[in-house]
Design a protein around this ligand. Structure first.
Ligand code: UDP
Length: 352
């Protein structure tokens, strides 16, 4: 990745060809920056010349995924630790990725989700108030929409989540709106569709335990680590009967975070969908995984997974117009290729 950092009138600017933006370098705390999307964003920030610190409890994050020497291990609930770090490192903006994100588990154990995702996030916001840091980019989700009536889904779609995970993310979106109004916070709530793929350098990728997502599971079957992949539901009202999702590359998510950082304004908030606007069915994704891996692995048909809407595709026009964001990956095969590059070289994830 090409980067030129230069001094201009005493301030540090960077010119970054990937993001085509010019921006003042800042000190950023990336909360949850050792996780899947957070680590890609942290890498992107470092590449762009920002001063980056990662704060992560490593429950789901991986030490190796954080920029070297920049990881601070700690918990979101430790408000004093957080406000101390914000002050000591002279943090100017926060990116907040830390959350539990298993939809099924959120139904089984909502207390865990409300406590971590809401109470933990509020602790972070209070630490920010104490330290007078008021800019934040927050990871939100398509799960805040529940089962939308129309597809593609614009941001104005009523948000009515159907599981505790979605509620916790929506609650923090509301808190951010109120904090912007009352305390002058500037925020961006970025609603991800299906994050997928791996870093183009090949050394960051998806490593969840347990893994529940379609692409890594299918590629694990291709690697012989699992026997088969099950298609959850083949009788949906879609052309091939399987669910359609909007798979957005994790590098593209990261670049959107960088662009959003430049647009944060005190007292204002941005709510933006991050998707490509293109949908792919489960069968199409599995075909792409077979084609890219060159392995004709076993696929079985199974019951629907509770809570899966038939089709979730973003109307992503607002992120394009507001941020000037252009996802580089809009087709499924190139996305799967980056994921295969990661999984085939790291068959045991970061432990490889
Ligand atoms: N899916 C599937 N088999 C699996 C895992 C997922 O058929 O083993 C389907 C799932 O029902 C959904 C799509 O693949 O329609 C994407 O699921 P994933 O868990 O990757 O992301 P989600 O859409 O739940 O965020």
């Amino acid at each position: 990745m090409f980067r030129a950092v230069f001094d201009f009138l005493g301030q540090r600017y960077f010119d970054h060809s990937y993001f085509a933006s010019k921006s003042i370098a800042m000190n950023i705390l990336v909360v949850g920056g050792a996780g899947y999307v957070g680590s890609h964003a942290a890498r992107c920030l470092v590449d762009a010349g920002h001063g980056v610190w990662v704060f992560d409890n490593l429950v789901f994050g991986h030490e190796q995924a954080a920029p070297v020497g920049r990881l601070i291990r700690g918990d979101l609930h430790n408000r004093e630790l957080l406000s101390g770090i914000l002050r000591e490192k002279q943090i100017e903006a926060v990116m907040h990725f830390a959350a539990f994100a298993y939809v099924g588990e959120s139904v089984q154990d909502p207390a865990k989700y409300y406590h971590n995702n809401i109470v933990g996030s509020l602790s972070l916001l209070e630490a920010m108030r104490t330290a007078r840091v008021s800019k934040i980019v927050f990871s939100s989700t398509t799960a805040t929409y529940g089962v939308p009536e129309t597809v593609p889904i614009p941001e104005e779609t009523p948000q009515s989540p159907i599981n505790p995970y979605g509620f916790t993310k929506l609650a923090i979106e509301h808190a951010l709106r109120d904090y912007a109004h009352a305390y002058g916070f500037g925020f961006a709530a970025l609603r991800y569709f299906n994050a997928a793929g791996a870093h183009h350098d090949g050394d960051l990728g998806e490593d969840h335990d347990p893994e529940t997502h379609l692409i890594p599971l299918a590629l694990q079957v291709a690697l012989g680590q699992r026997e088969r992949i099950a298609i959850f539901g083949t009788d949906y009202p879609t052309p091939d009967g399987t669910c359609i999702r909007d798979y957005v590359h994790v590098d593209d998510l990261a670049s959107a975070h960088l662009l959003a950082l430049d647009r944060l304004k005190q007292g204002e908030g941005l709510q933006l969908n991050l998707g490509t606007g293109h949908g792919h069915s489960v069968r199409e994704v599995i075909d792409a995984c077979r084609h890219v891996s060159g392995v004709d692995f076993r696929v079985v048909e199974a019951e629907r997974r509770p809570g899966d809407p038939p089709e979730l595709v973003a109307d992503a026009s607002r992120a394009r117009s507001v941020l000037g964001w252009e996802p580089r990956y809009t087709e499924i095969e190139p996305i799967v290729r980056t994921a295969w590059n990661w999984h085939s070289r790291h068959p045991r994830g970061y432990a490889s």
